[in-house]
Design a protein around this ligand. Structure first.
Ligand code: ZN
Length: 456
């Protein structure tokens, strides 16, 4: 077989052209070009973030590094005020190594979740706790007369929330740790911003958001606004360096929170997927080597807007029959002939056929969609979480209701290719705590720090 069967190899010029084409999308190759020392620093930090109080020796064993190397890296992280050696009491039985913990005293990340009617902001410490929060309504006047949400109004709202939260954070640190602000790095490690839609994480541009009606495409008419360079605009009003701001999809934020602070199997190296189920939407996030896979321009895993039924229910995105239009609240209510999910659940519990059919049908759509996802990604685990998870019957958490959950699992196993996925690896996890969306946005900063996209 001739070596040039597929044509000649690239010329240097062609290689250059390919690189510039990829750069044009905003795509940057993975940051692994950095030295081993930096990568190890990230790994040690991620271990301290995700594991509860490991000792230096524990970290060395988990990461297959020498204790001396880990000690030096921990010292470096201490100087950056990211971690500290816990003062912790000496254990009653003999001497035990002191745990290394995240330093939650001064350094914090800010998270903002934008939706059509409000912006929610939180300040999160590096232990994953939302210590301050604030909500600002966008109000009806935020809608332009063309129906999309006014970009300037959103940016102003974020500026006001940022100023207020930052001032409150500094006040809090001064009260609790009077000397902490005199020296050391900026208490604000970074800003995470999340919203539903297609966001180019590399450039920080919101290319398309059905909620805000940003980013008109062929499917929309004049009632949509243009795409928005949100990261640049947030930089302008907060003064925070662009390289410390992450703008990303809301599902990615929730998934990062699960991965880092939700017992999310950070050390389970096999790729896994987190699916966010809300009353109106389905989002998904895939982790490869503990890093969120974002695709060429940030649209990857847009599961909710894949086609489930040609000519099905209209979807927020302008298309018809998308998975989220067929498998969430409105689809359930249309078939159940109910006014609310609570009512539909009650009807189904009472044995009402139509309500049971509504949940079963919608659950079957989601399960079928998940079977495609499992086949495409060969994912090791599917974790479903989000506001549509409930425990109404007092037992294990379910998606929407028990009929929905069962139908979803059955359709997934029925349609998956070949061996499929172990049913035990399809987990439904209840969200705990409030402010989850904004906290997820704050978690994106930490995720990007430990994967080398933001500086430590
Ligand atoms: Zn859609």
């Amino acid at each position: 077989m001739p070596a040039d069967q597929y044509g000649p190899r690239l010329t240097v010029q062609q290689a250059r052209d390919q690189i510039s084409k990829a750069r044009h999308l905003g795509y940057r190759p993975s940051v692994r070009k950095k030295g081993v020392a930096t990568r190890n620093l990230e790994r040690v930090f991620s271990t301290i973030v995700t594991v509860d109080g490991p000792s230096t020796r524990d970290i060395a064993a988990l990461l297959d590094l020498s204790a001396g190397t880990v000690s030096a890296l921990v010292k470096d992280l201490e100087e950056r005020q990211l971690v500290r050696i816990s003062a912790g009491r000496a254990a009653s039985q003999g001497r035990r190594p002191k745990p290394v913990v995240v330093d939650h005293r001064t350094r914090h990340t800010l998270g903002f979740e934008i939706s059509a009617d409000k912006v929610v902001g939180v300040v999160m410490n590096l232990a994953g706790q939302a210590v301050l929060h604030q909500v600002a309504d966008l109000g009806p006047e935020a809608r332009t007369d063309k129906e999309w949400v006014d970009e300037d109004k959103v940016v102003d709202t974020i500026r006001n929330l940022f100023n207020s939260l930052e001032a409150r954070l500094l006040g809090r640190i001064r009260d609790q740790y009077p000397d902490a602000l005199d020296q050391g790095p900026n208490p604000v490690v970074g800003i995470g911003v999340s919203l539903g839609g297609h966001i180019n994480r590399h450039t920080g541009e919101v290319l398309f958001s059905p909620d805000l009606r940003w980013g008109a495409t062929g499917n929309q008419k004049e009632e949509w606004g243009p795409s928005v360079h949100l990261r640049q605009r947030i930089r302008d009003v907060t003064g925070v360096d662009k390289s410390d701001i992450v703008v990303d999809n809301d599902a990615n934020g929730r998934a990062a929170a699960y991965q880092l602070y939700g017992g999310g199997a950070y050390f389970n190296d096999a790729p896994f997927t987190v699916v966010l189920v809300t009353e109106k939407g389905i989002g998904a996030t895939h982790f490869i080597d503990q890093e969120i896979y974002r695709g060429a321009t940030g649209k990857s895993l847009e599961l909710g807007n894949t086609l489930a039924k040609p000519d099905g229910y209209p979807c927020r995105c302008g298309d018809n029959g998308c998975l989220e239009a067929m498998s969430t609240r409105d689809a359930i209510l249309a078939v159940a002939k109910a006014g609310s999910l609570e009512e539909a659940r009650k009807l189904a519990d009472e044995g009402n056929d139509q309500a049971i059919r509504a949940f079963t049908q919608a659950g079957t759509y989601l399960g079928t969609g998940l079977s495609v996802l499992v086949d495409l990604l060969d994912t090791s685990r599917v974790v479903l979480t989000g506001p549509a998870i409930t425990r109404a019957d007092g037992s294990s958490p379910v998606v929407f209701d028990k009929h929905y959950d069962r139908a979803m699992r059955e359709a997934l196993q029925e349609h998956v290719y070949g061996r499929g996925i172990d049913p035990g690896n399809v987990e439904v996890i209840e969200e705990t705590g409030e402010w989850n969306g904004a906290r997820g946005a704050a978690c994106l900063v930490v995720h990007d720090m430990i994967t080398g996209h933001l500086g430590l």
